[in-house]
Every structure is written in C-alpha cells, then in structure tokens.
Design a binder for this molecule. Sequence first.
Ligand SMILES: Nc1ncnc2c1ncn2[C@@H]1O[C@H](COP(=O)(O)OP(=O)(O)OP(=O)(O)O)[C@@H](O)[C@H]1O
Length: 629
Amino acid sequence: MDYQSLDPGLPAPVTAGSAVNGLLANSMTLLGLGSMLKSVFPSLAGQFSTSQISNSIKLFLLGSTIELGRRSWQWIYTRFRPKLFISATFLDGDPVHEWIMIFLAQKRVWYHARDYTIQYKTSTQQWGVTVIRPEEARTQGDVKDVEELEETVSFLPNYGTPQLFRWNGYWVEVIREAPQTQGLPHEVKTSTGAGTLRLNLYTLNQCALRDLIQEAKLYYIAESKQQVVVRSLGVNQGMMHGIFGGHGKRQFWTDIKKKPYRPLDSVILPQGVLGSIVNDAREFITSEHWYTRAGIPYRRGYLFHGPPGTGKSSTVYALAGALGLELYTLSLSTSGLTDVTLQMAADNIPKRGILLIEDIDCAFPSRDDEEEQKQAQAKASASRVAENMMMGIPPPPGRSSVTMSGLLNVLDGVNSENGKIFMATTNYVDRLDDALLRPGRIDMKVEYKLASKDQAAAIFNRFFAVPEEVQGLSKKMPYEGSVHHPLADEFASRFPDNEFTVAELQGYLLSFRMLPNMALNGISAWITREREERLAKSEREKQRKAKAKEAKEDVAAQIAPPGMPPMFQGIYGLPPSPAPGSTVVGVPPPPTSNQSGLGGDKNGGSDKLTRAPPLDAPTAEEMKEMKEL
Ligand SMILES: Nc1ncnc2c1ncn2[C@@H]1O[C@H](COP(=O)(O)OP(=O)(O)OP(=O)(O)O)[C@@H](O)[C@H]1O
C-alpha cells in the first residue's frame, strides 16, 4: 500500500530510493535505452515488460556506481593515508626490535596497559615492563620491595591493544602483534616471544622515525654496557623445517641471553697477552677505511687454543663487553645445521657482531685425518648397522652436516667482509685443518697455557686484595683494578708453574673466599691431593682402556665367523688372516675353531671372559649377502 492509494491527491513522498529511480528513468529516456533495447532484443521484449528490463538495468547501474565510489575512496585512502603518519614494523628476533622494546619499557609506554601476562623472569627475558612508577611506589610503601618484585617478575602487556604515547612532541601509537607460530611444530622456536612491533608516528617528518630509532639504539648501548648480549641460533628445528619468521624473513639469532659484563682485568693471562688481543681488535674496528683503501677484505679472525679451563671463553666475553660488541655463538655440531643454513645464519650477523664458534675442532677432523677416519667409520658403521639391524635398533638421529668447505665459504664469503669478527676456541689446535688456520681466516692465534706463578699471584690478588670501599658494591658493577695482597707472593712461591689450570686454582680459592691465610696454608696440601688424584685417575683410565680393548677384540672374535675370507675380517675389526702358507710379522695367526680360538689365549690358557661357542662357517647364500653388504 502506498500514499497515493490512500489519497490520490497527495504528492508522492520523495525518498532516496525514488530519487535514484527517477534519476535512472530520466537518464534511460534521455539515452533512448528503452526503445533501443526493444529493437535489439525483440524476442526479449515479448517475454519481459519494458519496465522489468529497465529496472534490472537501473539496479546494474546502481551497483556499478557504488563499486566505482568504493574504489575511488580506496584509491584516495591508500594514497593519502601514509601521509598522515609514518608506519614502521619491527620483526621479532631482529636487533632493532630489541632496541625499541627496551626503549619502550624505559619510556613506560606499557604503564597504561590494562591487560598483562605475568611470568617469572628468566635469564632469557630481554625486556621488562615497569608498571608501577617509582614515585607512586614511594608514596605507597617500600620502593625496594617494588624493585625486587620487578627484578623477578615480568609484566608483559598482551598483544593487540594499541598504546599511545608522546615522544619528542609527536604522538606515537605502538601495537604488539602475536608471533606467527600457527601450524608450526611444537618444538620450533622462531621468535623471542615478544611478537612483531608496529609503530605509527603521527607526523609527516620522515626524520622523526630515524631519530626515534637512533635514540633507542643509544639507550640500548648505554643499558648494555653492564652486560654482554649473547645470541645463539633459536631455530635449529625451524631450519630443518624450512620455517620463516614474520613477514617471510628468516630469523636465526632469536635465542638471546645477557651475561653480566666481565672486566678485562678479571681475565688473568701472562703479561701483555690480553693487551695485544684488545689492541688488535680495537684497531680493527677503527680501520675500516684503511682496509677499503688497501683492498683487503674487512674482517678479522682469532683463534684461542689451549687446555680446558685456561680462560679462552672468558677472554671472548670480556673482550665483547669491553668493545661493546654482541656475540653470535654457535656450535658446528648443532643438529640440523647444514652448510646452507650456516651461511644464512652468518649472513644475518650485523656489522661488527662477533661470530663465536667454541670447540671448533669437534665438528670435523683435519683433512689428513679425514680419509683415515672415513675408512674407520665406514668399517665401524657397516658392522654397527649390521649389528643394530639384527637387534632391531633404528639408525642414529641426524646431526650437523656442516663441512669444512662450508665453513671456509662462510669465512671467505662476501658478507663476512662486512666488518665481522670471527672467534674460535679449541682444546686441540693440531686437529684443525691448515686451510682454516691460514691468515685471512685466522689472523691471530693465541695459545693458552696452564697457570704460571705470576698468574697464581694475580688470581690471589683478585680474590683477596679488594679494597674495603669496593667490597659489597652492587653486583651490577664489577670491581675493576687490582691491589697487591701481602700474602700473594708467598702463595705464588708455593704454587707450581704449568701444572694446574686457572679454573682449578679458582675452584680451590673459592672455598676460602674471605680467608687468605687459610688459602695460603692449605695450598701445599691441596697440590699433593690433586697430584695423587690425577695419578689414580690416570691409572683407572689405563685400566679402562685395556679392558675396553680386550672386550672389543673379544666381541670382534665372536662376531667374525671362523674361516671368513680376509676381505670381510676387516669389517669386524680383526687383523687380516695371512694367505695359506704365509706368515705375517707381528700379527698372531687367527684362531681356528678346533683351537676353540674364541676361548683361549695365545699360550693356550683359558680366558677370564665367558665366550660364545664358535659360529659355523657361512653358507654360499650368507656369503652372497655379506658381499652385497
Ligand atoms: N686466565 C683466566 N683468568 C681468569 N679466570 C679464568 C682464567 N682461566 C679460567 N678462568 C676461570 O675458569 C672458568 C673457566 O674458564 P673458561 O671457560 O674461560 O676456560 P676455557 O679455556 O674457555 O675452557 P674450555 O676450553 O673448557 O671452554 C671461568 O670461571 C673463568 O673465570
């Protein structure tokens, strides 16, 4: 029912719909679309009335007009929106992300958040959030209590809620987005958990964003002075799964730890050694232009080698702290690490980051040994696999497949010229390949030795000659500088040169932390005890080795069937049996079954171990299988 049917005299009310209808009808009349349609589709005109066709066209035109309007708005919005504010995204795991997070925590941006996740602070926690202002805490009660709480508990504002704050006269909006881990295997760690950060800076001044990042970086550097940032590969599993971090970028160094800053002079080395390392590294950092001008790749490699517990790692950490550099540490035996992922991880290290590979000898043997080892391994694995197969044991899980040439490529690669410092430690320098040790890859080799008398005196001073005003100071500010203790020389004279490591000596002194006299009086007894223990240990080790050798020979003799052709005896670790009629000097003849060879010693006596009965000679079919193996 409409108005006209109620009262034909009333003028029809003007609605938006009727106005559009009228507009479309007029335009159709003007364009003569109605008559045109009739002439083009006479058959259609028979089936549908002119008004039905014109209504459909009206609808079509209306839809087109709306879509056109929408697209025009989108076009205008996308062109003009970025001009209203500058937007920046910071990916989790990237160093800049951490600068910004710490900067935001310092600016107390999260103070106004109302939605938190509270968790216990661990050593990997990188950024805490201050939720109670110290001045408020002061009025509320004990500031110390609040500080202590914030040292142990993390207040993490939840994802998604934007926070607005003022910085340098600009309004800045910050949003944390959840890390994209959906669908990834449980064990994969692709982020630090802080999530992606988005900043919207309400200004048209492009420099504002740069200034904000610069300020965050400076703040971060000042904050990190008391700490050494150590990053390690956080996506070992992810690398194998080919996982990408947020925005399709691979994040490698997401496992972040902060170690307390270690003063350089807490590392006690022979006179001049530490100074030469520090000077070399400092000179390198400041001579980029010289390297460029001379056409020499701008990188530097250091190798610290020597017995365990002599201060190699301590040197690296103290050096990183003193130079304000971050450490990127990896182990070449990391499961799943390949040449390709190693290269990508190394490429992701920023300029002047230190790539640290500890125990570099563990990954592969030197090339000379490689061939020998390959043969030994082939033999061992053939017999092991065969034994395991018999016992139904699956093959061992995959381990690192980094090769020597892969590592050399990383050290020589284009990106490694980017001011990168490479440091490696090893207990066995002789096992390293010459190719790795050549200048250009390793430029400075430093040998670490067992403690000397001088080092003993220095470490004694370090423990006991701390001035009273320094004792009990904040743990965040380690004491630097040394004072001479009156008992230090006497202590050093009782300590033998080159027999114990600094770590061992440190262990001894730790039990007398405040008691220098007792440390001095007990040192000779400790040395005697240590020597006796070492002797006993080496005796035990000798016996263990002898037993292991005996057992191995025994097992090999049990596995290898008598009468086995010489070519297969090697697989079981047996010496080859001589050709009939020949004698091999120094190699005892293999036992025969009627000697009950698996049970008697060479003098015909019986063995202590119980032995399995001799196996029958292999059949032709078994021989064929063994050949295939
Ligand atoms: N020269 C040294 N000066 C000061 N402390 C040392 C020194 N050598 C060892 N230490 C102490 O001994 C412990 C082990 O030292 P560190 O890890 O540096 O030895 P390392 O040579 O790297 O051993 P490894 O080869 O087993 O890695 C640390 O607590 C460190 O403080």
